[in-house]
Design a protein around this ligand. Structure first.
Ligand SMILES: Cc1cc2nc3c(=O)[nH]c(=O)nc-3n(C[C@H](O)[C@H](O)[C@H](O)COP(=O)(O)OP(=O)(O)OC[C@H]3O[C@@H](n4cnc5c(N)ncnc54)[C@H](O)[C@@H]3O)c2cc1C
Ligand SMILES: *[C@@H]1O[C@H](CO)[C@@H](O)[C@H](O)[C@H]1NC(C)=O
Ligand SMILES: *[C@@H]1O[C@H](CO)[C@@H](O)[C@H](O)[C@H]1NC(C)=O
Ligand SMILES: *[C@@H]1O[C@H](CO)[C@@H](O)[C@H](O)[C@H]1NC(C)=O
Ligand SMILES: *[C@@H]1O[C@H](CO)[C@@H](O)[C@H](O)[C@H]1NC(C)=O
Length: 606
């Protein structure tokens, strides 16, 4: 109790210290309480929907983590650190950080070198929006059409979703003077945004461009991926772009669901936030209506009751975990752990989509941001630039992304089965995303290492999530399923060859220094390339679809198109777990959009 009060007090101090204009967080206190809506998980979707509901109802947010500004310091606030924070380590011996991360390790992945992967997931108010790498763009027209068709609801087409995308965010055009990068011009379509709606999330371009990226972008353009004149938020995800990032241009700080949505909603005091509070179970009455959430507030067991609905927004791994612990999922799994069956839904925890990437590294003679920050003098200057002008290397997490459908000569090498699997994706769905980046040297005698990565956007492998006991104290069991379908290896080998093509393009010959560092020229046959991919593939942290939206009775569907869980009443799941497949590219824009859409459904009594 004392401990809790002390934590809340520090939380409040941190918020107050955060800026004069900030509204105070209204903390929940131990004990049973009743609200209209109880939202489990104060993450990306959770805070967005809670904030919208709080405009017309009383809302409690239950969040297992604390405040990232305190617990992760400027690592979660200063954009550049978002690219290099230790919690992004994927090896089994990564440095754990339970103040900000769930410290999840996957099961050993037999098709990915037997590795156990550390899969970072934000455990903090703001969720993964407080640790992600901030890239902002949307999926393709064809991908949302597929969503609409799959769930039997044409309100999921790109055109119908656009008003909800627009509600989420405010777009600030590049500040050309501060950005000072005529060779890295950001192109975009401002009609895809509507600032008159005052969307809370800040989307802007960094006031700094990484010199290495400006060169590697040219290599990708040289192999046929032209710059997309409209950016990547108008329903076409093809070609390259300097993507905008979720950064508040006012002071170049990370814009999270907390700093954006929650902060604006706090002006009306109908939202109560329970920090350091883990939900252990959703409670149902005899009619299978969700009536509340069992939580432990520092050792004290309480129930937060919901007059209207419970909204589950615990993320792609923890939402299926909580459904299972509450009696919703495959009956056999529930019985194994002596959990009473409330709704027998085979799809809970299944259908895990995950996009993975590999890197090809070479030495380069131009600095990247990390090289630039490697000397104490430049670092001091950069801190100065950041604090006084919201500019310079620390102000940026932005980068160059480039998308393509593999060209004909790459496709010719694919097996008929793999070609057929790719042909089932909508025609505008890119297969590969390439990202230009780099890091300071320290090996192979290079001062700067350039990296060009290839990410698979059409995974055919599926993973799954389950529980190992009936207790919330045990982490969900995460099997990523990486590369278990041979099609994925084939497509990634083709992508790998494209990356080598980019590296050997004459556009960057003048800055490439020496032979390939990783994997190196000794890796040349398809089998060797595939081995390299299996042993080095990494997550881009876009896992999704473990509580998939779909039509009633359709195999595997967990929620309907209004995000209502089948077989029960008063319970919706709203987060990246319900999007029925991984949209091509980066998902946060769609997670926020979904929260807006479902909040609107609720408001309209749907
Ligand atoms: C490292 C990283 C980099 C990424 N980079 C990008 C990017 O550049 N661009 C992009 O578009 N997307 C990116 N993503 C993906 C994107 O951030 C996520 O898909 C999105 O944030 C997921 O939102 P969510 O609401 O589903 O879950 P989250 O935001 O993770 O929220 C889940 C919340 O539930 C809480 N919770 C879980 N269990 C419980 C419980 N039992 N009780 C109480 N609270 C609980 C968690 O602590 C968390 O706050 C990245 C993700 C990561 C992790
Ligand atoms: C772009 O301009 C920056 C800043 O002058 C420079 O460091 C970088 O090398 C340039 N990149 C290219 C491709 O010319
Ligand atoms: C981040 O915090 C550390 C430690 O307080 C400080 O040394 C560093 O300058 C800060 N970085 C920036 C960019 O403000
Ligand atoms: C690095 O440079 C040193 C000294 O010039 C040399 O002995 C060593 O072989 C070099 N290492 C690599 C990996 O090139
Ligand atoms: C998850 O997938 C693996 C590999 O296909 C399978 O062996 C395992 O039984 C699945 N687990 C669950 C809970 O579905």
């Amino acid at each position: 109790m004392v401990n809790y009060a002390a934590r809340v007090a520090t939380a409040l101090c941190a918020l107050v210290a955060g800026g004069a204009a900030q509204e105070q967080l209204r903390p929940g206190t131990p004990g049973n309480a009743v609200y209209d809506y109880v939202v489990i998980g104060g993450g990306t979707a959770g805070l967005a929907i809670a904030s919208r509901l709080s405009a017309f109802a009383s809302v409690a947010v239950v969040e297992a983590g604390g405040l990232y500004e305190q617990d992760n310091g400027n690592q979660s606030v200063v954009p550049y650190y978002g690219l290099v924070m230790p919690v992004l380590g994927v090896a089994e011996d990564y440095p754990p950080n339970s103040l900000i991360d769930w410290d999840l390790l996957s099961t050993p992945q037999p098709s990915a070198g037997g590795r156990r992967i550390h899969y970072a997931q934000g455990k903090t108010l703001g969720g993964s929006s407080a640790i992600n790498t901030m890239a902002y763009h949307r999926g393709t027209v064809g991908s949302y059409q597929r969503w609409a068709d799959l769930v039997g609801d044409q309100s999921y087409t790109f055109d119908s979703l656009l008003p909800y995308f627009k509600r989420t965010s405010t777009l600030t055009p590049p500040n050309l003077q501060k950005r000072n990068a005529p060779n890295a011009t950001a192109l975009y379509d401002s009609t895809a945004f509507d600032n008159s709606l005052k969307g809370p999330l800040q989307v802007s371009w960094a006031n700094w461009v990484d010199p290495a990226q400006s060169w590697l972008a040219r290599a990708l353009q040289a192999i046929g991926q032209a710059v997309n004149p409209n950016g990547l938020s108008s329903g076409k995800v093809s070609g390259g772009a300097w993507v905008p990032t979720t950064i508040d241009p006012k002071d170049a700080t990370r814009s999270t669901s907390k700093s954006s949505y929650l902060q604006s909603a706090l002006k009306n005091a109908r939202i109560t936030v329970y920090l350091h509070t883990q939900a252990s179970k959703i409670v149902f009455d005899k009619e299978k209506k969700a009536t509340g959430v069992a939580v432990s507030i520092l050792g004290q067991n309480c129930v937060l009751s919901a007059r209207k609905e419970v909204i589950l927004s615990a993320g792609v791994f923890h939402s299926p975990q909580l459904l299972l612990l509450s009696g919703i999922g495959p009956a056999a799994t529930l019985r194994t752990h002596s959990i009473g069956v409330i709704s027998n839904l085979a799809g809970v925890g299944q259908n895990l989509w995950d996009q993975i990437f590999f890197n090809v590294l070479r030495g380069i003679t131009v600095p990247n941001t990390g090289t630039y920050l490697a000397t104490p003098a430049q670092q001091a200057l950069a801190v100065q630039q950041y604090l006084s002008k919201a500019a310079g290397p620390y102000s940026s997490a932005g980068g160059y992304l480039s998308f393509e459908k593999l060209p004909a000569k790459s496709r010719a090498a694919l097996s008929p089965r793999t070609s057929n699997l790719l042909a089932q994706f909508p025609s505008d769905w890119p297969e590969i995303e390439y990202i230009a980046s780099g890091f300071p040297g320290g090996f192979a005698n290079k001062t700067t290492i350039g990296a060009i990565s290839g990410t698979l956007l059409t995974p055919s492998s599926r993973g799954n999530v389950t529980i190992s006991s009936a207790s919330i104290a045990d982490a969900p069991v995460v099997n990523l399923g990486w590369l278990s379908d041979p099609a994925d290896g084939e497509v990634l080998v083709a992508a790998f060859k494209r990356v080598r093509e980019a590296w050997s393009s004459s556009a960057i010959a003048g800055i490439v220094d020496g032979p390939e560092i990783a994997p190196g020229d000794a890796v040349s046959t398809d089998a060797q390339i595939l081995d390299f991919i299996r042993s080095s593939a990494q997550p881009i942290w876009h896992a999704s679809s473990t509580c998939a939206m779909g039509k009633a009775g359709q195999g595997g569907a967990v929620v309907d198109s209004k995000a209502r869980v089948f077989g029960v009443k008063g319970l919706r799941v709203v987060d990246n777990s319900v999007i029925p497949f991984s949209l091509p590219g980066h998902p946060q824009s769609s997670v926020y959009m979904l929260a807006e859409k479902i909040a609107d459904d609720i408001l309209k009594g749907k």
